[in-house]
Design a protein around this ligand. Structure first.
Ligand code: DX5
Ligand code: ZN
Length: 224
């Protein structure tokens, strides 16, 4: 079984005390920190840039999993790599040469990820499912742009299709993950879980992270 990991999304943290939010997540046992970058073009919202990744890199030592919801990621990967990203995820719907951009991320010594929106078919990433190009496939379980949305269960079929095709790749899921939705997500083959609002609203984030991880381990690939 691949490593089961929980990645709090700092989009749900208190923007007035973002560094504290990063430190809180690490202290609660997060495996990675998910950083949602939005350009206001690819998605209607604007969030933060490389300087927030830099802040996170000096605040925590856990890896930074940077999700670029950006129309032209090829113009920004260098800055995000230099800022301290560990994984840089681009959208398959973005306006760039996907294989070229993924190999550029890898050439900077970073893990490369490809993301697909809920309505984008799994087949759109099959061309990238090659260990030479990609480390992680991020399946969106909400329409990107905002935290706190409802989990879209129909994406589970895409997760299963990708998992059946590539047992070596990390599959992450992003949007509406909580104590209930983590179960079917894991059962269809997800091993990395982004959670924003569910985790940051907890009194005891450490207990919530532990419960998510245990549920995911108990149910991983049960429905494959
Ligand atoms: C949405 C972001 C997600 C979001 C997850 O565009 O990519 O990472 O912050 O937030 P929750 O877990 O609150 O749905
Ligand atoms: Zn995200």
């Amino acid at each position: 079984m691949p490593d089961i990991q929980i990645m709090p999304s700092i989009l749900a943290a208190d923007f007035g005390r973002l560094a504290d939010g990063c430190v809180r997540a690490e202290a609660a046992g997060a495996d990675q920190l998910h950083v949602d970058v939005m350009d206001g073009v690819f998605v209607p919202n604007i969030s933060f840039g490389p300087d927030v990744v830099k802040m996170a890199a000096v605040s925590v030592s856990i890896p930074r999993n940077v999700h670029l919801m950006v129309m032209n990621p090829q113009n920004h990967i260098k800055a995000f790599a230099a800022a301290g990203s560990d994984t840089i995820l681009i959208h398959v719907e973005a306006r760039c040469d996907i294989p070229e951009t993924l190999s550029a991320i890898r050439s900077m010594g970073k893990r490369a990820g490809i993301t697909l929106n809920p309505e984008t078919p799994a087949e759109s990433v099959f061309q990238c499912l090659d260990e030479r190009w990609v480390d992680e496939v991020l399946v969106m379980s909400v329409h990107p742009g905002f935290g706190g949305q409802k989990y879209l269960s129909y994406v589970e079929q895409k997760v299963a299709a990708i998992r059946r095709r590539a047992d070596w790749v990390d599959i992450s899921i992003d949007g509406g993950i909580d104590a209930e939705t983590v179960i079917p997500a894991a059962a269809h083959g997800v091993n990395l879980f982004v959670a924003g609002s569910y985790l940051f609203k907890q009194e005891d984030m450490a207990a919530a992270i532990k419960d998510l991880r245990r549920s995911a381990q108990e149910n991983y690939c049960r429905n494959l």
